[in-house]
Design a protein around this ligand. Structure first.
Ligand code: SF4
Length: 287
């Protein structure tokens, strides 16, 4: 029998396709026979990781056209998360670094032509920090631009040498007020802000992402403080204000999770413009 640990094949039958139509595709039971022990061993070496999917053709996850690998596993519980099916690492498809390299190599010529690159997103990619670094090193060896999309909480798992493999960090800043942040994500924002400062000290290019959720993250004072902080860093090339949407609602239902934003509508255009204006008035490029 072929060993799924070395091929990345699915142990319970025909492997699910690694390439998803979009990150909004609900993908569950992908790694039904992946044990906790296998997860632990993979995390230590980084030779294998757990992916929700690969998507291609993204124009919003870094410069140019991108191939995005979506990792499985996230320790945050954002109330607006549109990918709760990425929360469990054991729900991911086990993929070896060799297999991921093969996938990347397929897209390399196209990515070069479209000034794009490879983005690692999730879930939270740094839960699999060794795998992440191995993937970034492989991409860099192929001359592919690399971006890490992260909530920043586990940034201290990356050494300075690891960070050298990352050309751009897409950093999610979700709320400024600590209590608001805890309500929104279930976690503290201190480590994220610390990581942001470290990236600034290293002059690592950052794109900030801010999700605008009516009633949760639209407090003007809070947005103003995030803008002030981001502008003060000196390495933030752009800010993307991402309006909350309900495209992930069905996933919460399918997974039997309590969804607190059932009745929250996407923010009106004026509210999005106001948030963008707050970032711009702090001196940042915001969209
Ligand atoms: S950090 Fe991202 S993946 Fe994790 S819960 Fe929040 S939105 Fe979802």
């Amino acid at each position: 029998m072929t060993d799924p640990k070395t091929t990345g094949e699915h142990p319970a039958g025909p492997p699910p396709s690694l390439v998803a139509r979009s990150p909004f595709e609900l993908r569950v039971n992908l790694g039904v026979r992946v044990t906790e022990a296998e997860v632990k061993a993979a995390l230590a070496t980084g030779d294998m990781g757990f992916l929700h999917s690969f998507t291609t053709g993204s124009a919003v996850d870094g410069p140019g056209v991108r191939v995005v690998a979506w990792t499985a596993g996230c320790h945050w519980r954002c109330v607006f998360c549109h990918n709760p099916d990425t929360w469990k690492m054991t729900n991911g498809i086990p993929v070896t670094v060799a297999k991921a390299k093969e996938e990347l190599a397929k897209y390399r010529p196209g990515l070069k032509k479209m000034s794009g690159g490879f983005t690692l997103s999730g879930g939270e990619a740094l839960l699999q920090d060794r795998f992440a670094v191995n993937l970034f090193a492989a991409a860099k060896a192929m001359g592919i631009h690399t971006a890490l999309d992260t909530n920043g909480h586990l940034g201290d798992r990356l050494s300075d040498d690891d960070l050298a493999m990352v050309d751009l960090v897409l950093l999610d800043l979700k709320a400024w007020d600590p209590e608001r942040h805890r309500r929104l994500t279930g976690m503290e924002n201190g480590p994220t802000l610390e990581f942001a400062r470290r990236l600034a000290a290293r002059q690592k290019p950052v794109w900030v992402r801010f999700v605008l959720v009516p009633g949760w993250t639209d407090d003007r004072d809070d947005i103003g403080k995030i803008a002030e902080f981001a502008a003060g860093l000196g390495n933030v090339d752009r800010v993307d204000v991402l309006p909350f949407h309900q495209m992930g609602r069905f996933k919460w239902k399918e997974l039997g999770l309590e969804y607190k934003l059932e009745d929250v509508a996407p923010p009106p255009a004026e509210a999005v413009e106001r948030a963008v204006a707050a970032f711009r008035s702090a001196g940042l490029k915001a969209y």
